[in-house]
Structures are given as structure tokens and as C-alpha cells.
Design a protein around this ligand. Structure first.
Ligand SMILES: [Zn+2]
Length: 400
């Protein structure tokens, strides 16, 4: 499920998820993964074995190097194994909203082959690197269990080599009672069930679902009425989710491209920076400015100069870099500085927020202002031209 926070923290996860949702065909990610035809991963109980070696030293490289990104044959579980700098991380998303995460500080030398086994049984997951057991970093409930098409993708890039992939329904792992109890005690949001509910009303061809009252639907209808037609056609459903139903680490909203659903958390459903942010993700998905295009052809990244690769950067280091550069780069929030698709959505959310609050971007468009960036006008013009908001909205947020 792709319920995502807008600005602060989990957008990074969400950005990854957004890519993952598109992974199987033609996405930017897919260009660096080799799809293993005829291979399947077994959910609930199973194991993966592979071997790999580094072809170059990547310890100071900020890019992620994916060893494997896979989805079980029944689409219920997702597995990711990556190397970022001097860490190997492995993740298993399962059980509707659970995540087992491993973080292994590696000392892989260029050229040496290493073995890896990832195995699971019920709520328990294990990772072995070179036959050594890696301690579980955390088992927790998450809100971003994106379901994607089943498949197995192995990393394909010049920095590493992967071989000997094997997947089995046999698992050496034994489920522990503590993991089982954690899973049993966790309530998953099951937002798909809400998306499947009957519509309370339809506005501009969009079904509103699970809202508590007429007033809340009227607020959303007033937002929908601001959107250009093409943008509304990217949205099929808007669903309101009570706070208690959202997982603790959950975000304020989400966008689920698969069902074209916009998900809003109850306590912040009327925040324009959430609603229009998520609407922008769905429309971006439709027009494929950030998704489904190879990185060099990403028009938004060409303006903003950021790509999702930056998300792998050390956060403290990145914050320092961001403080120094975000004005000149025309980036509004740190998550936008780490990922082009988030930057676009944050901008769209901000434009509507400013419009509704009678604020303008003119300071950022005035060359004598310390907030000035030539990218401000470029970004606003681009978004207008691509249909993310109307001329009326544009004129108001750019005029004194
Ligand atoms: Zn976002």
C-alpha cells in the first residue's frame, strides 16, 4: 500500500515505492535491473540465494546499487537487497504492512565473490552474508507495502556482478514466537478495502469514499474544482482514512497509481499541501514526467537538477548541502532535494497552498531578493504548461 507522508520523512520511502510500483516495465529503475524470466519467489516461506562481487569500490559512491528487487509470485511480498556506500541493506515487506529490515556494514573488496541467503518463514526473516547471520535491524509495521507485478530483477550495472540466483519454497528459517506475536498484534490499514467501498458521491468523475460527513466531502470538492481537466482524469478515487486506521509511522496522504487512488489521512485531509501533492503524483504518473522515462530524459530533473539517486545520501551530510544550495536550485523542501518526483509534487502542493492562502512566489522570482532563483519561474512555467494548474492559479501566485 502506498500511503505516503508529504514533506518530512517518509517521502523518501514513498519515492522509492513510487518507482517500485512502476518497476516491472519500462521504468527508470528497470534499466538497471535484469528481469529473470521464469523465476518466482515464494511468499510466506521461502529463500533466495545469490552470489555477487563488486567490480569497483563503491564505498564513497552515493548511488544505490541494487542486487535484487523482487515481488513474490502472489504479489503479497516484496524483497529488496541493496548496497549503499559501506552498508548492505535487505528488506522484506510482507503480511500487509510488515517490514523486516537488515543493515550490514560490509567490507567487500573489489573482485571477491560473496554469498548471500535471504530466507523467511511466517513473520521471521533471516539474512546470511558469507554464511554469517546478520542481526535483524528491525521488524516493524509500515504503510508502504506497495504491490507490484510479480517478478525478480537482479542488478545490472558496471559496478557489480551477480550470479547463481536460486529461489526456493524451502526455508531454513524457523518462525519465532516474538515475531509471530508482533505480526498478530499489528493492525494493517487495509486501505485497499476502503478503496473498494461504494462511492458516497462522484465529483468531476472522481469517486469520494469513506468520508465522515458532507462537510469534509465539500472541502475536497472545492479542491477538485481547482484542478485542470487532465489532472482530474488521473484520479479515480479519493479515500478518507481515519487516523486510528493509519499505521503509526504512516504519512498524511498517499497516491496509489495502480488504482488511481488518492488517500488522505483524516486529521490532515484538508491540508492543501497534502491533497495537491498527492494529486500531482497521480498526474505525474499519468503524463510520465518523472516516471517511466530514462533519467537523462526526465524533464523536471533537467530543470531542478535533482534525481532520486540523492536519497541514498547520508542525511546529515545532505541537510548541510541542502541548506547551502536549495535557494539557487529552487527546491522547497529537503525531500524535493533528494528526489525529482517529490520536488515536483512539493511544488504543486505549494502552488495551490499559496493560491488558497493568498501568498505569492514573487520574492523567489525577484533577482534582487536573497530568495531568488531563476528556476522558480522555470518550474512554475513548466508546471503550468504541463497542466498541473490553471492560468488563473498561476497568475495569482506570480503577481504582486
Ligand atoms: Zn510525495
Amino acid at each position: 500500500m502506498d500511503v505516503r507522508r508529504d514533506y518530512e520523512r517518509s517521502c523518501q520511502v514513498a519515492a522509492v515505492l513510487f518507482f517500485l510500483l512502476l518497476l516491472p516495465q519500462g521504468s527508470a529503475f528497470a534499466t538497471s535491473l535484469r528481469t529473470l524470466e521464469g523465476q518466482r519467489i515464494h511468499s510466506d516461506a521461502g529463500s533466495i540465494d545469490l552470489r555477487f562481487r563488486l567490480r569497483e569500490d563503491i564505498r564513497s559512491d552515493q548511488h544505490e546499487h541494487a542486487l535484487l528487487i523482487g515481488v513474490s509470485a502472489d504479489s503479497r511480498e516484496r524483497y529488496e537487497i541493496r548496497i549503499v556506500n559501506d552498508k548492505l541493506n535487505a528488506r522484506r515487506y510482507f503480511g500487509g504492512c510488515l517490514l523486516s529490515a537488515f543493515l550490514y556494514a560490509h567490507d567487500f573488496r573489489v573482485g571477491d565473490w560473496h554469498s548471500l541467503r535471504f530466507s523467511w518463514n511466517g513473520a521471521t526473516t533471516e539474512l546470511l552474508v558469507d554464511q554469517d547471520s546478520v542481526a535483524l535491524h528491525e521488524l516493524l509495521a509500515v504503510d508502504d507495502l506497495g504491490t507490484v507485478l510479480p517478478g525478480v530483477g537482479l542488478g545490472r550495472e558496471s559496478s557489480l556482478e551477480i550470479g547463481g540466483f536460486r529461489s526456493s519454497s524451502d526455508s531454513p528459517t524457523v518462525q519465532t514466537s516474538s515475531d509471530r506475536d508482533f505480526a498478530l498484534g499489528t493492525t494493517c490499514p487495509n486501505i485497499d478495502a476502503l478503496i473498494g467501498e461504494a462511492a458516497q458521491e462522484n465529483q468531476r468523475g472522481i469517486a469520494l469514499k469513506h468520508f465522515p460527513d458532507q462537510r469534509s466531502r465539500d472541502t475536497i470538492t472545492s479542491y477538485l474544482n481547482l484542478l485542470p481537466d487532465p489532472m482530474t482524469s488521473a484520479i479515480a478515487t479519493i479515500v478518507y482514512v481515519e487516523d486510528a486506521r493509519m499505521p503509526k509511522r504512516g504519512g498524511l496522504g498517499g497516491a496509489q497509481p495502480r488504482s488511481r487512488s488518492l488517500v488522505l489521512k483524516g486529521s490532515s485531509f484538508s491540508d492543501p499541501t497534502v491533497f495537491f501533492h498527492e494529486a500531482a503524483h497521480l498526474y505525474d504518473f499519468r503524463v510520465k514526467i518523472n516516471f517511466g522515462v530514462p533519467e537523462p530524459q526526465n524533464e523536471w530533473a533537467a530543470i531542478s537538477g535533482v534525481s532520486c539517486y540523492k536519497k541514498a545520501t547520508d542525511i546529515a551530510e545532505f541537510a548541510e548541502y541542502f541548506q547551502k544550495t536549495h535557494v539557487q536550485n529552487g527546491i522547497l523542501a529537503a525531500q524535493g532535494g533528494q528526489c525529482a518526483s517529490e520536488d515536483l509534487a512539493i511544488w504543486v502542493g505549494a502552488v495551490y497552498d499559496y493560491y488558497l492562502k493568498n501568498k505569492t512566489f514573487t520574492d523567489m522570482m525577484n533577482p534582487s531578493s536573497p530568495k531568488y532563483s531563476d528556476k522558480t519561474r522555470k518550474k512554475l512555467d513548466f508546471l503550468l504548461q504541463k497542466g498541473f494548474f490553471s492560468q488563473v492559479v498561476y497568475d495569482k501566485v506570480t503577481s504582486r
